[in-house]
Design a protein around this ligand. Structure first.
Ligand code: ASN
Ligand code: ZN
Length: 353
C-alpha cells in the first residue's frame, strides 16, 4: 500500500484541460495532492464530494487518472458528468494555483503559513448559488450553482474562499462592520491575485504586470452576465458604494468591501484625474491628480503584508490606510512611488488624513 504522488489530467469547466496532482495506491487514484500541505483532515490538500450535504464526505477516487468532462453538473441523472468530477477538477486546479501563488510569490504556505493542509468539498447542498470557507474545518465548500451561477469553482472564487482562511489565521478581521468589509475585500483581492497568477501559467515568483485581470469576481460562473462583484466600480451592482462613508459599517460585508476593492484596483492599475476627484481634493491635495498603477505584484505584496502582519480583528478603513501605507513604506521606502500610490488610492475612496 505504497502511496505515489502522480499527475492526472483534469477536464475543467472554465480552464480547459489542466494537470492535477493526485495519488495512486493499490490501483486507485485519489484527489489528494501529496505535494501541497501536511496534516489537516486528509494528510494533504484534497477534494471531497459533499454529495448534496453539508459535510465533507469522501475524497474523490477513480480507476484512471483522467477526470471530469468539462461540463456543468446536473444533479440527478445527467448522462454526462454524472459522477460530478468536473466540479472536483475545478476545485483542485483552483486550490493548487491558490496555494502556489501564496507560496511562490509570498513565501506563505497554505492557510496558516505553516503548510497545514486544507480541503474543498464540492456539490455542497443542492442547486447552491454560493461557496464558503469554514474555519471549524479549515476547509471550503463549493456549490454547483442554481439560478444565477454555474459551478462556483472559478479561480477567483476559490482564491476568495482560501483568502478567508488566510485572514482567519492572521488578522482575523471580524466579519461585520468595516472590518467585515475589509475581510471580504481581502478575499476578493486574493481572488484577483490568484487569477492573474493562474492565467500567466501558474509558475514564477511574482504576479504578472500587466495582470490580465478582469477585476470582477466570478465573471466566468455567471449565467446572466452579472458577476458577483465589480472591483473596479463596485456600485455597478446597485448596492455597493464606491467610496467610504460613515454609514458603510451598516452594510452587508459583501457591499462594504466595495470601496476597498476599488482602492486596490486604483493602486494596481492607476486612476485618472477625474476618478475620485471629489475626495482627493479634500485629502492630500499635494498628491498627483492622475495616478500610475504600481501593478498587481507590488500591490498584493503590500496588501498581504498589511493583512497578515499589521491588521487586527477590529481594523477599520482608517486603520487599514495607515497600515497599508506602513507596509508600502517598509517594502519600498518611506517616500516611494508605492507609498504615494497607497495614499492616492485611499484618498480616491474618501479615506485620508
Ligand atoms: N461566498 C460568500 C463569501 O465567501 C459566503 C459568505 O457569505 N460568507 O463571502
Ligand atoms: Zn467572502
Amino acid at each position: 500500500n505504497m502511496v505515489q504522488n502522480v499527475v492526472g489530467t483534469g477536464h475543467s469547466q472554465y480552464n480547459g484541460t489542466v494537470p492535477i496532482n493526485t495519488t495512486l495506491s493499490g490501483g486507485v487514484y485519489k484527489m489528494i495532492d501529496g505535494s501541497r500541505g501536511t496534516g489537516g483532515s486528509f494528510g494533504a490538500m484534497a477534494i471531497t464530494n459533499a454529495n448534496h450535504g453539508t459535510s465533507a464526505g469522501q475524497v474523490y477516487s477513480n480507476a484512471t487518472n483522467t477526470w471530469g468532462d468539462g461540463k456543468q453538473y446536473i444533479a440527478g441523472g445527467s448522462t454526462t458528468n454524472a459522477n460530478g468530477q468536473t466540479a472536483a477538477v475545478n476545485a483542485l486546479w483552483g486550490l493548487m494555483n491558490t496555494y502556489d501563488m501564496h507560496k511562490n510569490v509570498l513565501g506563505w504556505q497554505s492557510l496558516d503559513g505553516n503548510n497545514t493542509a486544507t480541503h474543498i468539498a464540492v456539490h455542497v447542498n443542492t442547486a447552491y448559488d454560493n461557496a464558503y470557507y469554514s474555519d471549524s474545518c479549515k476547509c471550503m465548500f463549493i456549490g454547483d450553482g442554481g439560478s444565477y451561477f454555474n459551478n462556483l469553482g472559478s479561480i477567483d472564487v476559490i482564491g476568495h474562499e482560501m483568502g478567508h482562511g488566510i485572514t482567519a489565521a492572521t488578522s482575523n478581521l471580524t466579519y461585520r462592520g468595516e472590518s467585515g468589509g475589509l475581510n471580504e475585500s481581502s478575499s476578493d483581492i486574493a481572488g484577483e491575485a490568484v487569477e492573474a497568477y493562474a492565467r500567466a501559467g501558474g509558475t514564477g515568483t511574482s504576479l504578472p504586470v500587466p495582470s490580465g485581470n478582469d477585476w470582477m469576481m466570478g465573471k466566468e460562473i455567471s449565467k446572466n452576465g452579472q458577476p458577483l462583484r465589480w472591483m473596479y466600480k463596485p456600485s455597478k451592482d446597485g448596492k455597493s458604494p464606491d467610496a467610504w462613508k460613515s454609514t458603510l459599517k451598516r452594510l452587508d460585508v459583501h457591499y462594504s468591501s466595495g470601496p476597498n476593492n476599488r482602492m486596490f484596483y486604483f493602486l494596481a492599475m492607476g486612476s485618472s484625474a477625474t476618478t475620485g476627484s471629489e475626495y482627493y481634493s479634500q485629502y492630500l491635495t499635494q498628491l498627483p491628480k492622475a495616478m500610475t498603477g504600481i501593478g498587481i505584484d507590488n500591490a498584493y505584496r503590500i496588501w498581504f503584508r498589511a493583512n497578515s502582519t499589521k491588521f487586527t480583528s477590529s481594523t477599520n478603513y482608517a486603520d487599514a490606510r495607515l497600515k497599508v501605507l506602513a507596509a508600502a513604506q517598509e517594502l519600498y521606502g518611506a517616500n516611494s512611488a508605492e507609498a504615494k500610490a497607497v495614499q492616492r488610492a485611499y484618498a480616491a475612496i474618501n479615506v485620508g488624513a
